[in-house]
Every structure is written in structure tokens, then in C-alpha cells.
Design a protein. Structure first.
Length: 276
């Protein structure tokens, strides 16, 4: 097995197998490497920079998990995919760039990347995995590209500074807790093709003022809004409807008003395009 100081490769130098946690500073991955193996760099906390070759196509599960010294990552043109938790808990990772379109952001991929702020989702995405951006507390804006049909459970949970959120017209399903705890969001616009919204999606949005639903048919919601007793209110618990206006097509106001979930909001109709 070929070995450089701290780094091991397979016999043909196409797979980087592992890196000793004692490695520090910059890592230059060999030009022939096609894949970085599962957990190859896990807990390499003193790596500050990594340069990938143009040949790199795959990154394995948890390959860079807990690499807390990394601050910036750029994937090469031609990169294809990475697996679950690939960059999870890289606490100081601020910037991440994709060299090419990819099909999915896997489960927990950037979970716990609390400093991540310079980030844009690539074109070509089909899915965003479970808790993919959990606790990414520094994200300010997220524009989800067209083509995404479903946003998975807890995908953006506790993104506390997220102020701008744009959802694609292709979106049909928002799963449980997808935006739970996004406490800086003031408005959420639900595209016209959304059919179902999971539990707790709007909970913890303490700054929320407007929900815009573009569909003339109220989306199904897997949630309920309990009747808040005086004791609950005395504890400071308030329903998610408190101070939030629901904006829907004028012709659909009565349908939303009769809905078990949507009917508990203050509802306004629009005839022209609402604010995005």
C-alpha cells in the first residue's frame, strides 16, 4: 500500500484511503485520485486547506467529518457525488463551492457547519437530504434551484440567521421540521405545486410575519395548532399563527379559511403577484 507521510493511497493511487490525524496545514491530493474513501480524514482537526485534483469524482461517507480546521473547500469540475456526513461538523468551514452540477446533497452532509456562510446550491439538484444543513447557523440566504421535488426532514433545521429563502416551482413536498428553528425568517413563500407540508415546519420561526401560499388548493399539512390555554400563554407559549398573516389567491380565501390548519391564520387575498 503506497504511503506518503501521514497519507495512505491504494496501489494505483486512485483512492485516498486515510490521513493520520497528526497531519496539519495544507493537503495536496495526488493528481490521479478518483475517490476519497469513507472516513479518510475524519478527526483531522489541524488540516486547514485541501487541494483536490481534477480527477476527483467521489467523496465517501464522513470523509471530512470533524475537520474543524478547514475554512474553505472547492470541488473540481467533473466532480460527481459525495455521501452522508461528508463535511459534517467542520465547525470553521466558511466557504464551499461546487465545480459542477450534482444530483443530491446527502443526509447530514453539512450538519453542524456553524460558520458556513458563503454557499450556493448547485444546478442539477434533485434532492436535499435529511438534516443536510442542520445547525448551519451562519447561512443568511438559501436559493433552492428548480428541479427539487422534495426537501427532507430537518434539512435546514436551526439555521437561525437565515433571512432569505426561495423555494422552486417544482417543489411538491416539504418534510417534517424542514425549516424548524429558522428564527430570522420573516416570510415563507410556498410554491403552487406543493402538495404536502410535514410536522413542525413553521415552528421556531419567531420572526415570521407572512406565509404566501400560491396554490388555489390548500396544501395538506401534517400538523395541528392546539388551542392554547391560559396556563400555556402564561408560560410564554404562543401559537405559530400569532402575528402571522397568510396570503393566498383571492379566489381561494374561503377554502383556506375552512381548512383545519390554514384557517387559524389571519388571511388576506391577492389578485396580482404577491411579494416573493
Amino acid at each position: 500500500m503506497p504511503t506518503e507521510k501521514y497519507i495512505k493511497y491504494n496501489g494505483s493511487y486512485t483512492v485516498l484511503l486515510s490521513c493520520d490525524p497528526a497531519k496539519h496545514g495544507k493537503v495536496n491530493v495526488k493528481e490521479s485520485v478518483y475517490e476519497i474513501a469513507e472516513e479518510a480524514f475524519i478527526d483531522c482537526k489541524d488540516i486547514t486547506e485541501i487541494e483536490f485534483p481534477e480527477t476527483l469524482a467521489y467523496i465517501g461517507e464522513s470523509a471530512f467529518k470533524d475537520c474543524s480546521g478547514l475554512t474553505s473547500v472547492t470541488l473540481p469540475i467533473g466532480f460527481i457525488s459525495m455521501l452522508n456526513s461528508a463535511f459534517a461538523y467542520c465547525y470553521n468551514l466558511k466557504s464551499f463551492a461546487f465545480g459542477s452540477p450534482i444530483n443530491d446533497i446527502p443526509d447530514y452532509c453539512f450538519a453542524g457547519c456553524m460558520s458556513l456562510s458563503d454557499f450556493s446550491l448547485p444546478e442539477g439538484l434533485k434532492s436535499i437530504g435529511k438534516q443536510a444543513f442542520f445547525n448551519c447557523e451562519s447561512l443568511l440566504s438559501m436559493i433552492i434551484p428548480e428541479g427539487i421535488i422534495s426537501i427532507s426532514e430537518g434539512a435546514f433545521e436551526n439555521c437561525k440567521k437565515l433571512k432569505e429563502l426561495r423555494l422552486p416551482h417544482t417543489l411538491e413536498y416539504i418534510q417534517d421540521l424542514a425549516f424548524y428553528g429558522c428564527s430570522s425568517l420573516e416570510m415563507v413563500c410556498i410554491p403552487e405545486n406543493v402538495k404536502r407540508i410535514g410536522k413542525g415546519v413553521f415552528k421556531g420561526m419567531h420572526s415570521l410575519k407572512h406565509i404566501v401560499c400560491r396554490s388555489a388548493t390548500p396544501p395538506e399539512v401534517q400538523d395541528n395548532i392546539p388551542d392554547y390555554s391560559k396556563s400555556m400563554l402564561d408560560l410564554g407559549l404562543t401559537p405559530i399563527t400569532d402575528g402571522v398573516t397568510l396570503i393566498v389567491p383571492t379566489e381561494a380565501v374561503d377554502l383556506y379559511a375552512a381548512h383545519d390548519f390554514w384557517g387559524k391564520f389571519e388571511i388576506e387575498g391577492y389578485s396580482d403577484e404577491p411579494i416573493d
